[in-house]
Design a protein. Structure first.
Ligand code: SAM
Length: 259
């Protein structure tokens, strides 16, 4: 059975055995570990993963791909559905341990998938995910760079991202317009010590007007809570703050509450 990818969704299927092996090896899970593949498609990466990790679950939205996988890889647990609806907590509970995630992500929903993985961080060990290089660079960006922003701060506060390697557009079919990159997210970051939603709101509000000083950009929050941006941060712009400084900022402008 031949399944044609829907080019309009920007989905590009891996063709190169070396890249496939490299991604599978980067998961670095023990052999018996519960591994979850996001978007297996026709199974390019899946076969290699299944050889290494027999306890593999694959989540795929495309019905034809699901049928194809069930026929060709009968040992695989294929779940038909939208990965954004995945209940990671239940899946980890069912497996009795934290999960390892891997996938060549559908690029049109990379950010929502990343945020859902960050939300599920307590149930995950490590995710090895391929995305557009431009997005990968944002995840690991440092202050004072153009790529540094909301995604960088939230990701670096909630997990430990590492850019592993670039993937040429020539190893895909159809060939995408952009270079890709594989990123590892290790979910071993300590507890933040502030409420995650308050941190997210602080970071989003600060970067919404990234050319303004924090004293001004955070007015929508400070006018509501009655607390002030501390003097040593008030004159700075968000792009000059290390991720950890956003935790102090959150604590200061929300009055120090939060777990
Ligand atoms: N893993 C395959 C490979 O590397 O050749 C396919 C990768 S392709 C970039 C993305 C896959 O994700 C497609 O098979 C697509 O059907 C699937 N997909 C797209 N949106 C999805 C969603 N919301 N939930 C689960 N799978 C999705």
């Amino acid at each position: 059975m031949s399944i044609r990818p829907k080019k309009s969704l920007g989905q590009n299927f891996l063709r190169d055995p070396n890249t496939i092996r490299k991604i599978a090896a980067s998961v670095e899970a023990p052999a018996g570990a519960p591994v979850v593949e996001i978007g297996p498609g026709t199974g390019a990466l899946t076969e290699e993963l299944l050889q290494r990790y027999p306890d593999l679950t694959a989540i795929e939205v495309d019905e034809r791909a699901v049928e194809h996988l069930r026929e060709t890889l009968p040992g695989l647990d294929v779940q038909h559905g939208d990965v954004l609806d995945t209940d990671w907590a239940s899946l980890a509970e069912e497996k009795g341990e934290k999960l390892w995630v891997v996938g060549n992500l559908p690029y049109y929903i990379t950010s929502p998938i990343l945020f859902s993985l960050l939300d599920a961080r307590r149930h995950l060990r490590r995710a090895v995910v391929m995305m557009q290089k431009e997005v990968a660079e944002r995840l690991v960006a440092v202050p004072h760079t153009k790529a540094y922003g909301i995604l960088s701060v939230q990701t670096q506060l909630l997990c430990r991202p590492t850019l592993l390697f670039d993937v040429s557009r020539h190893v895909f079919h159809p060939k995408p317009d952009v270079t890709s990159a594989v990123v590892a997210l290790d979910f071993d970051a300590p507890n933040l010590g502030v409420d995650v939603e308050q941190m997210r709101r602080t970071v989003r509000t600060a970067f919404n007007q990234r050319r303004k000083t924090l004293r001004n950009s955070l007015k929508p929050i400070t006018s509501e809570t009655g607390f002030h941006v501390p003097d040593y941060l008030a004159g700075q712009r968000p792009e000059s703050l290390e991720p950890a400084a956003f935790v102090s900022l959150t604590r200061a402008i929300f009055g120090g509450a939060g777990a």
